[in-house]
Design a protein. Structure first.
Length: 149
């Protein structure tokens, strides 16, 4: 599995409830650009519309050696899920406060581009501060244990 891009800010801003792997419908130039690692997931999210899951806000830069047919870098892209998964996601996203965000993009062992989606709930500011404090405390304990040895 070759990771293309990771949305590191997502785990800071959201509490992850569940993760789902989905395929993504891409054009040829976009796949080549992804192989160069030219993508950004920072503000990407998914919505369920007309029985399809659409990924919005994913930025895939134009392929460097393309001469024509350069698609819009911010166009909406269809995610490939089966009907039962889409219905389940639709039900979950209608719950209060849950949203679909993209965590990472990667190529699986068969060379197919995949997106890891997460059902997430937004964190409040005090939750973020609490997570940072816990991480700092854990780091201090590790340092103390290391000095003790």
């Amino acid at each position: 599995m070759k990771t293309i891009v990771v949305n590191r800010k997502a785990r800071h801003d959201y509490q992850i409830v569940e993760t789902i792997e989905a395929g993504i419908a891409l054009l040829g130039n976009e796949v080549k650009s992804l192989r160069e690692g030219r993508a950004n997931l920072r503000d990407s999210y998914a919505v369920v519309e007309n029985g399809e899951v659409i990924l919005r806000g994913l930025h895939i830069s134009a392929y460097s050696h393309a001469t024509y047919d350069k698609p819009d870098p911010l166009r909406d892209r269809k995610l490939l899920l089966n009907k039962m998964e889409i219905k389940r996601l639709l039900g979950k996203t209608r719950e209060k406060g849950l949203t679909l965000i993209a965590l990472k993009m990667y190529f699986n062992e068969r060379g197919k581009a995949k997106v890891e989606l997460a059902l997430a709930k937004g964190k409040r500011q005090y939750d973020k501060r609490q997570d940072i404090a816990e991480r700092d405390a854990k780091r201090e304990v590790e340092r103390a244990m290391k000095r003790r040895r």
